[in-house]
Design a protein around this ligand. Structure first.
Ligand code: GLY
Length: 416
């Protein structure tokens, strides 16, 4: 099987590594890729937002399966263009990708499916903002209604900070979603979904704030660990039956069945799981840790999802132990990152490239989240030690990373 992966992040690098271990995968291609993916796959330039360009490339390279990593091409209908051309594609249609692309759509699906989520209001004009803010608090959650790579979210107890963020979004023409604050530890549960068939992967936890102890602004994700020692399997089962399956069924009912990876981001509160957000693709940086523990052929699972045969796939198997991703970010991230610096010591196993480029034979930084470093071990302590010993040997001027990925779980500070 010839597999073409679309995207250029650490998530796509990790998908390529896992696909390279599947004996049925004979050839790997990536478009556009990054400085790290070149070792695993033939690289091709492409405009990932163009269905016509991706379809032409998939035909040219004779791909048997196209795996779309990021949300932007999915929301823009790249999977639809590929399917219309008869090419097996892992990733939802534009209509189904609205579960991530439009928070208002996701809220409506959840309301009809009876899925618990935060109370919310859309604000579409500055004139309505103050009255709406008064209906929320003392914790304000302010989101961009469209795609914002995690950085469109502000969670704050300061009304002024909430107001400024909302006003800024409205000024740039983006409707704003105000939400009630959901209390409880967060879980990312990724599920392969093919219509009404749902197959969960291992639960993981992201660390979205930039600083240790969950301080500073939100980012695309600074690190993750899996599995979650504090989360009973019964709660995972409950998320599948009370959240993911009803949403998948509602999408089938609406004529926009979901096919691909449905990412449920949840807070586990005293009343049980409640949805913080849905995403229409593998999450980053959780994927890098989850795939480290995968013990089944990934190509086969993605192909089964893409071709509507997930129901007949044997449940995916996992290695024992734990895995941890730590993200190395460029100076000033999540603000405008410093780029163009040489990176050294990043050639080892478990180092996945994101914001990197090749320049005059050297690997240089080219984005905010530069590398994901994955460690694994018999337990969370060993996996953390492995990840941090790897990241300590990497040099990038001005870079930073969180030192507490998985630490609260390890120290027993997370409980339900
Ligand atoms: N882990 C956050 C995201 O993928 O959006």
């Amino acid at each position: 099987m010839r597999v073409l992966v679309i995207g250029s992040g650490a998530r796509e690098h990790a998908l390529l590594l896992a696909l390279s271990k599947d004996p049925k995968v004979s050839k790997l291609l990536v478009a556009p890729g990054n400085a790290g993916t070149a070792k695993l796959a033939e690289q091709h330039p492409v405009d990932v937002a163009s269905g016509a360009a991706v379809t032409e490339l998939a035909r040219k390279v004779e791909a048997d399966l196209v795996v779309i990593g990021p949300e932007v091409p999915l929301v823009l209908g790249v999977a639809d263009a590929l399917r219309e051309a008869g090419i097996a594609t892992f990733g939802p249609s534009a209509a189904a990708a609205r579960i991530e692309g439009s928070k208002a759509f996701a809220k409506d699906v959840m309301a009809v499916a009876g899925v618990r989520t935060a109370h919310s209001e859309i604000v579409d004009s500055p004139a309505k903002l103050d009255a709406a803010l008064d209906r929320f608090g003392p914790n304000w959650v302010v989101k961009d209604d469209g795609l914002a790579a995690g950085k469109g979210v502000v969670v704050t107890t300061d009304r002024l900070v909430a107001r400024d963020h909302a006003a800024e979004l409205l000024e740039t023409g983006h409707p704003v979603l105000l939400e009630s604050f959901l209390d409880g530890p967060e879980v990312s549960l990724f599920c392969l979904v093919d219509g009404e068939t749902v197959m969960p992967l291992l639960p993981a936890q992201d660390h979205k704030r930039v600083g240790d102890g969950d301080t500073g602004p939100n980012t695309g994700g600074m690190g993750a660990y899996t599995p979650l020692p504090w989360l009973p399997q019964a709660v995972v089962d409950q998320i599948v039956t009370e959240v993911v399956e009803p949403v998948a069924a509602e999408m089938v009912k609406r004529g926009c069945p979901f096919s691909g990876l449905l990412y449920a981001g949840l807070a586990i509160g005293v009343d049980g799981p409640a949805v913080v957000e849905f995403n229409c693709r593998f999450g980053d940086p959780e994927t890098q840790a989850i795939l480290e523990l995968l013990d089944s052929p990934l190509g086969e699972a993605l192909k089964a999802t893409a071709t509507g045969t997930l129901a007949s796939l044997a449940p995916v198997q996992w290695k024992d132990g734990a895995a941890v991703t730590v993200v190395l970010a460029a100076e000033n991230y999540p603000g405008r990152p410093r780029t163009g610096d040489a990176i050294t010591g990043a050639g080892g196993l478990g180092v996945f490239h994101a914001g990197t480029a090749s320049h005059e034979g050297k690997v240089v930084s080219a984005g905010g989240r530069v590398l994901s470093v994955v460690g694994s071990g018999a337990d969370l302590a060993a996996a953390r030690a492995d990840a941090y010993s790897k990241i300590e040997s990497i040099r990038l001027p001005g870079s930073h990373f969180r030192t507490d990925i998985g630490l609260a779980a390890l120290e027993g500070r997370i409980s339900l």
